[in-house]
Write a protein that binds this ligand. Structure first.
Ligand SMILES: CC(C)(COP(=O)(O)OP(=O)(O)OC[C@H]1O[C@@H](n2cnc3c(N)ncnc32)[C@H](O)[C@@H]1OP(=O)(O)O)[C@@H](O)C(=O)NCCC(=O)NCCS
Length: 198
């Protein structure tokens, strides 16, 4: 599999590999129940965060590497504000995800992250499709996927059992052809006000 070039820069963020020094930053957002409300895990206490970080650092050493779980760093402060990930789930198919501390919601950061990871998946990892599954009640995340140009493909009833309940999830898909067409359209008309979002 091809490699992902890290760190990745977006206008306001840096996406880079986590290090052990990021423990406090990870604990800050992932111990917050508002952040993990629509996620299968968490909130995570310090012990769970340490286990998670161990697994994450081990995944960085895999060859070929199939999981890119990255720190989201605000360029203006240099602080970790969340995480995002691109995971290979089968040949040519990558799953996209993101989470941010609540203080950083509502500024378009998740959309910026999702755009950067989709570009990385298609240009560097040669993905055929980027997918995401999202809790049916997670309106903010669904909106991010729509802004990215992802298409609703299915609803999975009782997709997963976690945190003592069954989860219904939407499957969203961004095929390579759709992404390429949108890139060409943007190149021809870079005015974002005319973008056909959601
Ligand atoms: C989902 C999440 C990453 C979004 O981050 P963000 O940086 O605030 O997202 P953006 O600002 O790029 O876009 C959010 C969009 O959702 C909209 N939105 C937010 N809350 C909403 C709600 N309750 N209902 C409908 N739309 C909502 C915003 O208005 C915005 O759309 P707009 O640009 O058209 O106005 C953030 O809320 C989060 O970390 N949630 C917890 C973790 C999580 O659920 N991750 C997703 C797992 S699939």
């Amino acid at each position: 599999m091809r490699r992902l070039t890290l760190p990745r820069q977006t206008p306001r963020l840096v996406l880079r590999d986590f290090t052990r020094d990021d423990f406090d930053g990870i604990l800050a957002y992932s111990s917050d129940p508002r952040v993990t409300r629509h996620l299968f895990f968490g909130p995570r206490d310090a012990e769970r965060t340490a286990e998670y970080l161990d697994g994450l650092l081990a995944s960085q050493r895999e060859t070929p590497r199939s999981r890119f779980e990255l720190a989201v760093v605000a360029r203006d402060t240099g602080r970790v504000i969340g995480a995002c990930d691109l995971s290979r789930i089968e040949r040519g198919v990558f799953d996209l995800g993101y989470m941010l501390g609540t203080a950083h919601w509502g500024r378009g950061y998740a959309t910026e992250i999702a755009r950067s990871l989709a570009e990385a998946a298609f240009l560097e990892l040669r993905a055929a499709r980027v997918i995401s599954t999202v809790d049916v009640a997670n309106r903010a995340s669904i909106r991010v996927l729509e802004k990215l140009g992802m298409r609703w493909e299915a609803v999975y009833r009782k997709h997963r059992r976690a945190k003592n309940r069954w989860w219904d999830c939407h499957l969203y898909v961004l095929p390579r052809e759709v992404w390429e067409t949108e890139q060409a359209r943007r190149a021809a008309d870079p005015d974002p006000r005319s973008a056909p979002e959601g």
